[in-house]
Design a protein around this ligand. Structure first.
Ligand SMILES: C[S@@+](CC[C@H](N)C(=O)[O-])C[C@H]1O[C@@H](n2cnc3c(N)ncnc32)[C@H](O)[C@@H]1O
Length: 278
């Protein structure tokens, strides 16, 4: 079994088999373009490739740094994105948000989207690759994150349809959009100690935490001003944290929008919320 010596390093350090196997395959694919088919055709790894893989796995098991941050790339909606210590590693749950934005975008001929807190740019860029009529503005408060999102736009060859700029929420936004999408920070700072080591020690704090008790301050700041930045009947699409749907629904009603949909994730947690300007 060609993966065995690598998987064994994980197992000896308390990781489970499925995680170990998927991470070894991920690194083989991303760094060496090495697939299961290569293995079946008996394509051998070079010594330097083995050494590199072992070094990466040793860093992973000794520090618990996410594998994507060690190698600087992640998969999102089956596409590669560059990541670094200033960007959140894109999560599978966020793919549900993308699916919903694409459904909303299909109602428009030329959808205009604003992505607030774009990080790697994974949401806006994926939507644009799936729907060639979308144009987008993508903002973040972190200049380092914006550098990575622009690198991703260049890598996917869609820099001309998207405009990145630094903005503290709507601070530097001067237009209206058909859809405003955001996966904002939603973990109350008081919950930091309960997080997995990978998240607590390596995801950027700016991407995770809120000062308020419930983790909903970013939703309130966005929803309270959204009407000024949405075209008539435009949509708001958010990823949300556990047990936040009820409070966010109240905010949607308070600030003159209507709730359209709440969608659960694979763990049956309410994860995406869609609202419309009325
Ligand atoms: C949870 S991450 C989401 C990143 C990416 N959109 C994704 O889904 O993977 C939240 C992002 O919001 C950004 N952010 C935090 N505070 C912000 C603010 N006041 N204005 C704009 N962006 C902000 C962070 O830098 C981070 O990139």
């Amino acid at each position: 079994m060609y993966r065995k010596p690598f998987i064994d390093i994980y197992l000896k350090n308390g990781f489970d088999f499925d995680e170990a196997k998927s991470e070894v395959d991920f690194v083989l694919d991303v760094l060496f373009n090495y697939s299961y088919k290569d293995f079946m055709l008996s394509k051998k790894l070079e010594d330097w490739q083995r050494d590199k893989l072992v070094k990466i796995i040793q860093e992973r098991v000794s520090t618990r740094k996410p594998i994507q941050q060690i190698i600087g790339q992640a998969y999102f909606c089956a596409r590669k994105f560059f990541v670094n210590e200033y960007t959140l590693v894109p999560r599978p749950e966020t793919e549900i948000l993308v699916k919903n934005v694409l459904e909303l975008a299909s109602k428009y001929d030329k959808p205009k989207i604003l992505d607030i807190g774009c990080g790697t740019g994974c949401i806006a860029l994926t939507c644009m690759m799936e729907n060639k009529n979308i144009t987008a503005d993508a903002i973040d408060i972190s200049e380092q994150a914006l550098e990575i999102s622009q690198k991703n736009a260049l890598f996917h060859n869609i820099l001309e349809r998207i405009n990145f700029f630094k903005s503290d929420l709507f601070e530097n936004v001067g237009k209206k959009y058909d859809i405003i999408v955001s996966n904002p920070p939603y973990i109350p700072l008081k919950d930091k100690e309960n997080l997995q080591t990978e998240v607590r020690n390596f995801d950027p704090e700016l991407a995770l935490f809120t000062e308020d008790e419930k983790g909903i301050e970013f939703y309130e700041k966005i929803i309270s001003k959204a009407k000024n930045y949405l075209n008539d009947s435009g949509f708001l699409a958010f990823e949300i944290g556990i047990n936040q749907a009820k409070d966010i629904t109240l905010l949607i009603e308070k600030f003159g929008c209507k709730l359209i949909k709440i969608e659960k994730d694979f763990n049956n947690i309410e994860r995406v919320i869609i609202a419309q300007k009325i």
